[in-house]
Write a protein that binds this ligand. Structure first.
Ligand SMILES: NC(=O)c1ccc[n+]([C@@H]2O[C@H](COP(=O)([O-])OP(=O)(O)OC[C@H]3O[C@@H](n4cnc5c(N)ncnc54)[C@H](OP(=O)(O)O)[C@@H]3O)[C@@H](O)[C@H]2O)c1
Length: 242
């Protein structure tokens, strides 16, 4: 491993926006860990990225599983000895429908376990490796539907009523702020990203943006300069209101 090569890990990188984030970071000449829980899907994605000339490696990773996440950190430690960029992209809706008055609590738990606790689990496991980087960056893939301001702005498009998915992204935004506060005296920059409404499995391909367009904001936040922002929430057009 060339000491100059930037090392990144993208969770949920086997498809959708995560795949395109991995492709975009790989195109920068970085060495990118394709984090994915399913062996076949992970290897197929890594193979496709490699065929495009990119330097990628598969990382078995289920963000809801302590052992899996610990093993992923060991894999990166053994391979590179440090991590420069972590993109917490993996997420689930939890299952539909999720009206607050009738929501199945298992749906709620699934969304929080993956979209919030999973991010904390992965981030904390990777932090010792990130601390070994000269310019560590963490990007948390959030969503515009997590914006309380947009949720309460008449006419703003924030998707269907959601007791699990949208609040899980609001929770993730809040956690991002807390990390930024705790890590404020380090060189780690951590921000949340809104990719917009993207056609992926998550929404049965109803989104109107391409996964590549959705990946752009995460790539921008992954490549922030050392004096870039931390503890913020961004989309292509700029700051997203909390
Ligand atoms: N699509 C949109 O319009 C939109 C809008 C706003 C925000 N986002 C956010 O963008 C991110 C990517 O979503 P997407 O639209 O690309 O969805 P997607 O196509 O459904 O991809 C989700 C990825 O997360 C992975 N994943 C789910 N649970 C996991 C777990 N426990 N451990 C590891 N990986 C897991 C999936 O792996 P499997 O293939 O194994 O299921 C898949 O690779 C998510 O954070 C999502 O909330 C999407």
């Amino acid at each position: 491993m060339n000491a100059q090569t930037t090392i990144a890990l993208v969770t949920g990188a086997n498809k959708g926006i995560g795949y395109e984030i991995a492709a975009g970071l790989g195109a920068l000449g970085w060495s990118v860990g394709v984090g994915a829980r399913d062996q076949e899907r992970r290897e197929a994605a890594a193979e496709k990225l490699r065929a495009a000339g990119l330097d990628v490696f598969g990382v078995p990773l289920d963000v809801t599983d302590d052992d899996s996440v610990a093993a992923a950190a060991r894999l990166i430690e053994d391979r590179a000895g440090r991590l420069d960029v972590l993109v917490n992209n993996a997420a689930v809706t939890g299952g539909m429908p999720q009206m607050p008055t009738t929501v199945d609590l298992a749906v709620l738990r699934r969304a929080i376990e993956t979209n919030v606790i999973g991010v904390i689990r992965v981030t904390n496991a990777m932090l010792p490796l990130l601390r070994g980087s000269a310019s560590p960056r963490i990007v948390n893939m959030s969503s515009g539907v997590g914006s309380l301001t947009r949720q309460t702005t008449p006419g703003a498009e924030t998707g269907p009523v959601s007791a699990a998915y949208s609040p899980s992204k609001t929770f993730l935004n809040a956690v991002t702020i807390q990390y930024a506060k705790e890590l404020g005296d380090t060189n780690i920059l951590i921000n949340a990203a809104n990719p917009g409404y993207v056609a992926t499995d998550l929404n049965n391909f109803r989104g109107f943006r391409t996964p590549e367009q959705g990946a752009a904001i995460a790539i921008r936040l992954a490549t922030l300069p050392d004096d870039g922002p931390t503890g913020g929430f961004f989309e292509d057009d700029g700051v997203v209101p909390w």
